[in-house]
Design a protein around this ligand. Structure first.
Ligand SMILES: CC(C)(COP(=O)(O)OP(=O)(O)OC[C@H]1O[C@@H](n2cnc3c(N)ncnc32)[C@H](O)[C@@H]1OP(=O)(O)O)[C@@H](O)C(=O)NCCC(=O)NCCS
Length: 184
């Protein structure tokens, strides 16, 4: 395995035409189609860096900010933003272009955490990431911070705390849009 690789060595872009079969009942492109394409580009990017098979562990910040129309060309630009020991965070910027008007819109940016697997199907070490400009340094730090925040949220949501809150549910949920009618 190579010991360290630059971000540019695994950057990947895919472009796909949005055909009518990808549309939902409202005539816009299904979110699931875009997610599937994002998963593929995340895999391609992560496995190029890791030089091995990778699996998707988690997906962050999937927000479809603008609808994608049939006939548009969707491009996904992906790069490795962060590496841990066996995991990698791939950032994906999704843009959709209307070929007639030439107008391109940014539909979303999402972050896929992938884990590299060895021949034994166990997580395996990935090469370090060589950061060659300030943007790459910024993205690495942001991913590192996001990992810390996610861990803090997970700890905060731990099961024993939720159980305690259920006991105080009537007070906690009094302004929420739900009714408690427990069936015994
Ligand atoms: C991902 C997987 C290998 C992790 O296994 P594990 O026994 O928890 O392994 P570890 O605890 O050693 O964690 C391995 C890495 O994954 C990271 N990880 C584990 N769970 C994570 C989560 N929920 N979110 C983000 N990263 C996570 C760990 O931080 C660690 O990263 P590091 O080595 O860079 O520090 C295992 O859960 C798996 O195979 N999941 C199925 C993935 C899959 O098949 N996806 C396809 C869609 S079904």
């Amino acid at each position: 395995m190579t010991s360290a690789k630059p971000v540019r060595s695994s950057q990947t872009t895919i472009t796909e035409l949005m055909i009518p079969a990808y549309a939902n009942f409202g005539g816009k492109i299904h979110g699931g189609i875009l997610l599937s394409l994002m998963d593929k580009v995340a895999y391609a990017t992560a496995s190029k860096h890791a030089e091995t098979y990778c699996v998707t562990v988690s997906v962050d910040q999937v927000e479809f900010l603008q609808p994608v129309e049939v006939g548009e060309l969707v491009s996904m630009m992906a790069s490795v933003n962060y590496v841990g020991k066996t995991s990698l965070v791939v950032g994906i910027r999704v843009e959709s272009q209307n070929v007639k008007t030439g107008i391109t819109k940014h539909t979303n940016s999402s972050y896929f955490t992938m884990v590299a697997k060895g021949e034994d199907d166990k997580p395996t070490m990935v090469p370090k990431l060589i950061l060659e400009n300030e943007e790459e340094v910024k993205r690495f730090i942001e991913s590192m911070r996001m990992k810390e925040i996610k861990k803090a949220v997970k700890d905060q949501m731990d099961d024993s705390k939720s159980k305690m809150e259920v006991e105080n549910a009537r007070t906690l949920l009094k302004d929420q849009r739900c009714e408690i009618k427990i069936r015994l």
